[in-house]
Ligand binder design. Sequence first.
Ligand SMILES: NC(=O)C1=CN([C@@H]2O[C@H](COP(=O)(O)OP(=O)(O)OC[C@H]3O[C@@H](n4cnc5c(N)ncnc54)[C@H](OP(=O)(O)O)[C@@H]3O)[C@@H](O)[C@H]2O)C=CC1
Ligand SMILES: O=CCCC(=O)O
Length: 277
Amino acid sequence: MGLAMANNLIKAGYDLTVWNRSSDKCQPLVEAGAQAAASPKEVAEQCDIVLAMLADPAAALEVATGEAGIAAGMAQGKGYVDVSTVDAATAQEISRAIKSAGGEYLEAPVSGSKGPAEQGTLIFLTGGDRSLFDRAAPLLDVMGKRSFFLREVGNGAKMKLVVNMVMGNMMAAFAEGLTLAEKAGLSKQDVIDVVGLGAIAAPMFALKGPAMAQRKYATAFPLKHQQKDLRLALELGQEVQQPLPVAAAANELYLQAQSAGHGDADFSAVLEAVLQQ
Ligand SMILES: NC(=O)C1=CN([C@@H]2O[C@H](COP(=O)(O)OP(=O)(O)OC[C@H]3O[C@@H](n4cnc5c(N)ncnc54)[C@H](OP(=O)(O)O)[C@@H]3O)[C@@H](O)[C@H]2O)C=CC1
Ligand SMILES: O=CCCC(=O)O
């Protein structure tokens, strides 16, 4: 995700300084004109606005608040926009670290996968400093088609978890439907066609269904990240005392798929867990 988003910023003419834990992954961006930095701190020292796209809450915290992290290079006038999918408490902790270092903070997780990241059609779900939202808007407009400002830090994370919980549930239900159809003697392609014409038609089913019918799962959204998002959504449900039995059942399927070695495959590989029931 980060590579595609950074590429679009370079193409739009922005002067980029990049860092990634595995530094070889920065090479295509350096070849496209970006400068490589030795640490997140160095990126923050060199840039007015820092963007980060990281795996999970642990990675987001380490990169933002670690010894050579973003906060260590922050100063007044600089801003940090974290587009990773994390929980609200993590976003709030990062916000405190950035602000006590004098910077501004915006959480901005994205809806939309690899295709929208490449095409610059992501949807940003933001919360935090309104002035940074306004300052970063031209960058978000290069990478996305719409940006929502949801006020205080944590609301972007919560919105993202709600959306991804629904998405994870939908994919698990679709996998069950395909499996039931096949065992009942129906064609999976017929199921995809019928679903695509009715009220439950979804771009996701049309996009991923044909490959799922062949048990192929080229990674756009890694299954391990979908399971992380369901875990975080279930934790949010506990915080606000909302039972989420459908999401809890879906989470079990993603955990099973992950244990069976499909964590780095696309999240549609949840079908493999359904097939094992
Ligand atoms: N893929 C998708 O369709 C979408 C993903 N997201 C969210 O975006 C985020 C990134 O997703 P995606 O790009 O697919 O994931 P990847 O797994 O491809 O990338 C994860 C990134 O996080 C880095 N990272 C992981 N752990 C650490 C750490 N401890 N310290 C420093 N860096 C670390 C990785 O570095 P390294 O290269 O060294 O491993 C890599 O750059 C996730 O939060 C995901 O939920 C949101 C919308 C869509
Ligand atoms: O977090 C991943 C979202 C994927 C998508 O919105 O298609």
